[in-house]
Design a protein around this ligand. Structure first.
Ligand code: HEC
Ligand code: HEC
Ligand code: HEC
Length: 160
């Protein structure tokens, strides 16, 4: 009988929450955000003539991380913007003059390619370094070293 009770209880819960959920959705103007699961194809902005193939980015495999590592301007209650949104990483060419000041670093990060490379390759490299350190240390590992992401050009931009 225990099983039967469980089934009935779940049906009741579905009935209660399922219906109230629907009513709330109909009566409010709450915005819905669609989160792309699986892979996202990352391409340069339209004005740029691509030298490399687009990047097949496994978005959901990165969900072990805090969304805000990448969506660093996201407040949590707004829509997530594209990385190349105006006033974000919207420079389509590398700024030519590099100085040493902070403003130049900021300017350089506005170039979408630098932003992507810093973020993506930066984390993958750091993980590789940490794995190397673990390997070098004499500590006996109980588990396999964690998988890292690619750092070589053709791993992200496969030959066309
Ligand atoms: C490792 C980096 C990374 C992490 C972590 C990450 N995302 Fe993303 N996400 C991206 C990139 C890159 C794009 C593509 C942005 C673009 O096209 O400019 C994207 C796109 C999106 C979009 C679509 C935005 C649009 O263009 O309309 C949504 C929504 C989103 N992510 C939600 C999330 C949520 C929620 C999480 C946490 C569970 C998350 N992301 C974690 C990198 C990441
Ligand atoms: C905070 C760390 C972090 C950031 C930021 C990050 N990655 Fe990764 N990435 C990883 C890890 C860890 C893996 C391995 C996960 C796995 O194999 O399940 C991975 C895996 C990948 C893979 C899969 C390679 C394969 O074996 O199939 C690709 C491609 C990739 N990342 C691209 C990107 C791109 C493009 C960005 C930037 C938009 C990015 N990553 C940002 C940590 C990161
Ligand atoms: C972790 C993934 C990753 C690695 C590794 C990587 N890139 Fe990229 N790269 C990107 C992403 C994401 C973009 C932005 C989307 C785009 O423009 O294709 C980009 C953009 C570019 C662009 C500008 C767009 C174009 O096609 O002209 C060039 C050039 C480029 N990368 C060259 C390289 C070279 C050379 C290497 C090796 C030294 C490299 N990338 C390694 C992810 C990566």
């Amino acid at each position: 009988m225990k099983n039967m009770e469980m089934v009935l209880l779940s049906l009741l819960l579905i009935a209660v929450f399922g219906s109230t959920g629907k009513v709330a959705g109909e009566n409010t103007n709450e915005e819905v955000m669609c989160i792309p699961m699986g892979n996202i194809l990352l391409e340069p902005p339209e004005a740029v003539k691509a030298k490399k193939s687009p990047v097949d980015f496994p978005h959901s495999r990165h969900f072990v991380y805090d969304c805000k590592i990448c969506h660093h301007q996201w407040e949590g209650d707004t829509q997530i913007q594209n990385c190349t949104t105006s006033a974000c990483h919207d420079l389509e060419k590398s700024p030519t003059r590099f100085g040493k000041g902070k403003s130049n670093r900021e300017l350089n990060l506005k170039y979408y390619k630098t932003a992507y490379h810093n973020l993506c390759i930066g984390c993958h490299k750091e993980m590789k370094m940490k794995n190397k350190q673990l390997e070098k240390s004499q500590v006996k590992l109980k588990t396999k070293l964690p998988a890292t992401g690619p750092t070589g050009c053709i791993k992200c931009h496969p030959k066309q």
